[in-house]
Ligand binder design. Structure first.
Ligand code: MN
Length: 394
């Protein structure tokens, strides 16, 4: 039994732009579970995704699964529902969830761009790292954190539940102390309200439910462009009461899974597009490599700068793979007979460099024979010699 308990209060709101709320949150007193989920998908599918994930998460934690495994179970539930119903195809959801382990450790499991923050001794710190495009760009040094805050693609996430049967879950352990305050929230808060303002509200307002409401109000005052969810969790000394007590008026076990609202569509659709595009790009890269291999494995004999020349590649090139000069010979085009010229200009191809070289050798022998015939009179029986009878070059 933990020496600590959690007192939690959450508020979720549609915001000022979207038609419905696809966010949800969960407070389960029996299992000391708190969670936020932000769904995505058309026609209310996002609302189904977040609610499905939260319900599956609750059941899995209740049956004793540790947080990481419980989130994997939640992923399975969303994937299963998604493939079973045409209207729900492609739906997904973030999840950021905490369970209180014995000894007073909060284990925060996380997938997506919802967040967990810790307020300790008046200082706000972000616990989770977003699985988002801009977060990755910040990590790569391509964006500053300040640029990421206002980046137009800041809603594009790189990990979510429901998209793939495999999901990688990050788990952050927090050794809780009495007086700590945890905030779980959706990106509808963090894209609208700066961290210092979030910290200010959490520091000023002692009552968890009021703090949650003020955070939501601040997001709406800033434009409310997305659904917004704030779940404020206070760490207090255990006194025999339920380990997690919802702080709002209705009390008792609650599984709030607010929902309703399609909007955030653009970013989330891009995630799905990315997930499809990456394998397609991989296939294209393989195909490009295969074409290159096909294009480059051939040799042909042609003309370059009026000389007989051995090229690697296909005459004319293949899809951007242009032939390259392998060997420019000393044989001038005007030394060739019309028949030989025609053959060379026809770009005779060979499957190996050796084949092309042999062909050039035959041409050279023929040229040298003719030259010898005109400059060094040979006995009559030698005027039509086999190719091997040519004299060595000077
Ligand atoms: Mn959102």
């Amino acid at each position: 039994m933990s020496p600590l308990k959690l007192v939690a209060a959450g508020v979720t709101d549609v915001g000022r732009v979207r038609d419905g709320n696809e966010d949800g949150f969960l407070v389960d007193a029996r299992t000391s579970l708190v969670a936020v989920a932000d769904g995505m998908g058309g026609h209310r599918a996002g609302e189904v995704a977040s609610a499905t994930a939260l319900e599956a998460l609750r059941a899995a934690v209740a049956s004793g699964e540790p947080i990481r495994d419980a989130i994997v179970v939640a992923n399975d539930a969303v994937v299963e529902k998604s493939v079973s119903d045409q209207e729900l195809q492609g739906m997904g959801t973030t999840v950021t969830a905490g369970t209180l382990a014995s000894g007073g450790t909060l284990l925060v499991g996380h997938v997506g761009d919802s967040r967990a923050y810790l307020v300790r001794d008046g200082v706000l710190s972000q616990v989770t790292k977003d699985h988002s495009l801009v977060e990755e760009m910040v990590r790569e040094g391509e964006l500053t954190p300040e640029q990421a805050e206002v980046h137009p693609q800041r809603s594009i996430i790189t990990r979510a539940l429901g998209i793939d049967p495999q999901v990688e879950v990050d788990v952050y352990p927090i050794e809780l102390r009495v007086g700590d305050r945890i905030l779980l929230c959706s990106d509808g808060l963090t894209t609208m309200v700066r961290p210092d303002e979030i910290g200010g509200i959490l520091g000023r307002e002692d009552i968890a439910e009021r703090a949650a409401q003020q955070l939501v109000d601040a997001a709406n005052a800033a434009g409310g462009e997305d659904n917004v969810t704030a779940l404020v969790v206070d760490v207090v000394e255990a006194d025999g009461a339920p380990v997690v007590a919802p702080a709002h008026a209705d009390g008792g076990d609650t599984a709030e899974t607010a929902a309703v609202k399609p909007r955030r569509r653009r970013g989330r659709k891009v995630l799905r597009a990315l997930l499809w595009i990456l394998p397609v790009l991989a296939v294209l890269a393989l195909a490009f490599g295969a074409v290159g291999w096909y294009a480059r494995r051939t040799y042909f004999v042609g003309v370059d700068k009026n000389r007989v020349t051995v090229f690697q590649g296909r005459p004319g090139g293949v899809l951007g793979w242009d032939p390259t000069v392998e060997r420019r010979t000393t044989i001038n085009l005007n030394e060739l007979t019309d028949t030989e010229k025609a053959s060379v200009k026809d770009n005779k191809t060979f499957s190996s460099r050796g084949g092309a070289d042999d062909y050039v050798t035959r041409l050279r022998n023929a040229v040298e024979e003719r030259t010898s015939a005109t400059t060094v009179p040979l006995p009559p029986e030698s005027t039509v010699p086999p190719l091997t009878a040519a004299p060595p070059p000077p």
